[in-house]
Design a binder for this molecule. Sequence first.
Ligand code: KG4
Ligand code: ZN
Length: 337
Amino acid sequence: MLTLGIETSCDETAAAVVRDGRDVLSNIIASQINIHKMYGGVVPEIASRKHIEAIGYVVESALSEAGVSKNGVDAIAVTNSPGLVGALLVGMSYAKGLSFVLKKPLIGVNHVEGHICANYLNEKKENSVLLEPPFMSLVVSGGHTHLVLVHDYGKYTVLGRTRDDAAGEAYDKIARALGLSYPGGPAIERLAQEGNPDAVAFPKAMTGGYNFSFSGLKSSVLNYLNKARMSGTEISVPDVAASFQKAVISVLVEKSIAACLEHKVEAFALAGGVASNRALKEAMSAAVTREGIRIWVPSPIYCTDNAAMIASCGYFSLKQGKISSLDLNAIPDIIAM
Ligand code: KG4
Ligand code: ZN
């Protein structure tokens, strides 16, 4: 069964064709990052306009690269929540049009659920085993930080989420304060490699239970920078980047491990844009492996926004009988998974 996935929730226009929820036949991503870079972050109105310009050729490219005609597709999966409302509507309108004309089922996909499903993709890595539920997942992206217990395909319990900034958002805001460009995650990761993670003891940002909070850590870094600038003390940007990154990673690892142990899972899946961070992957891998838990982390191209993960999610939703009607609406906020 071939699923066409469409993703336009933020600043990537993406389309992909995936067979049986696992095998990626094509994965096309038109990134708008270079445009939004000029403004230091995503400008919603510009994002919508750029999606409109790109959606047609992105979908056509995904189909032609997969060697599939429009009629050869069995289902159309599209992100309908959460995200920028104008941006979501572009992908959804296109998907609805295709679904109506081709008479193929339409499946609305939750973007956060999509990130988790990136771990179902068969990347044909050596000795790789296909992930199947149950497992624990940590979704760390620019908009979300969710610790999720996956009972079965499409069946989730959200154990915790961020109370304020998402992990990626904290990276982006600190990068901006350090004079680095958007998106901040890769820039901080690069600099952190040259810095001392123990140079500044930033607070670990702990909250009760499995919820997260990164605004206190963010304020602490900003205060440190302001104080140093006012007193004329020299700032080592690599040291601040490394110390900030250490504080973020340690809380992500600590809470993930506690959740894995409490729920006695044997598998753990990292997801979202921040999951492409090598230091996080290594720290999480070491911690879960110590507990005898197996870890899955998608390749970086499937960690950041893409449509293969949406197609995979759509396939498993369809198998559960979840089909959307043409009055499917865009829901900007995350309500439920
Ligand atoms: O999943 P994603 O592409 O979009 C959302 O759904 O938000 O994630 C984008 C976020 C950005 O905040 C970006 O700074 C962060 O992921 N990110 C990283 C890295 N690569 C991307 N954060 C830390 N280290 C990275 N290597
Ligand atoms: Zn995302």
